[in-house]
Write a protein that binds this ligand. Structure first.
Ligand code: HEC
Length: 96
């Protein structure tokens, strides 16, 4: 009985993931647009909406471990775990 409940809960969570990604931003995601404008296409700071989630995630990891050169993103990326970065990247990728 318990195993069945867990299976149902797990299925529901997997099923809800894309819906969540398209709806409310995960913690921290709204702060990105202060610099990464959702509108500007000619900004020096690249737009993140609609970018490949894996690219954003990889960049965040690179900024965090110092393998990517940065002026501010190294400090910002250190404020997020891998899991949080993944959620933010998925949400950003789902935006238009
Ligand atoms: C204070 C302004 C600022 C904020 C806030 C900010 N960024 Fe950045 N971001 C930059 C700058 C500037 C760069 C260029 C690299 C550098 O100099 O640090 C950059 C680069 C990036 C890149 C690499 C883009 C590319 O094409 O090379 C990614 C990915 C990124 N930021 C993700 C994020 C995410 C995710 C957030 C929110 C958690 C965020 N940024 C918040 C200023 C900001």
């Amino acid at each position: 009985m318990n195993a069945l409940l867990i299976a149902i809960a797990a299925a529901a969570m997997v099923w809800c993931q894309p819906l969540l990604a398209a709806a409310d931003p995960p913690p921290g995601a709204a702060s990105c647009s202060g610099c990464h404008s959702p509108a500007a296409t000619n900004s020096a700071i690249p737009r993140l909406y609609g970018r490949d989630a894996a690219d954003i995630e990889k960049a965040m990891a690179g900024f965090r471990d110092g393998s990517l050169p940065a002026t501010v993103m190294n400090r910002i990326a250190k404020g997020f775990t891998d899991e949080e970065s993944r959620a933010i990247a998925a949400w950003l990728a789902a935006q238009k």
